[in-house]
Design a protein. Structure first.
Length: 133
């Protein structure tokens, strides 16, 4: 079952204000895409620590610290969605199907920023990626 889940793609269905169905194709936490995401953020953390050995990270109890960590969380979720979204269906522009690629995905996420957290939560939910035995 675990071997099947590595390459399993979850179709996450969404709808818009007009009730048009569309969705994204996602890879989960046992995929190579997810492993690449984790590694990238591990490297960034190590580099930040090495560059700022004597600097303390902002205190989360302050507005500055809370904003720092909120921005960090948002950046991680955005990167997770970019790395683990591998396709879509039902996405149109001017009534025509829109090709799936990173540039178009970024445009969609920037137009609808609430999607980032929604899709990130679906990616992090391992039960979405367990195919039927």
């Amino acid at each position: 079952l675990l071997e099947k889940s590595v390459d399993f793609v979850f179709d996450y269905e969404l709808d818009d204000a007009e009730d048009n169905k569309w969705g994204v194709k996602l890879k989960g936490s046992v995929s190579q895409e997810y492993a690449d995401y984790v590694r990238r953020w591990d490297i960034k953390g190590i580099q930040r620590h090495a560059a700022n050995k004597n600097e303390k990270l902002p205190d989360m109890g302050t507005d500055e610290g809370a904003e720092f960590y909120a921005d960090e969380t948002n950046a991680r979720q955005y990167d997770l969605v970019l790395r683990c979204t591998v396709g879509w269906w039902g996405v149109t522009s001017g009534g025509d199907p829109l090709e799936f690629n990173e540039g178009n995905l970024k445009k969609l996420l920037n137009m609808k920023p609430g999607l980032v957290k929604q899709i990130a939560v679906a990616i992090e939910d391992d039960k979405n990626f367990m195919p039927a035995p």
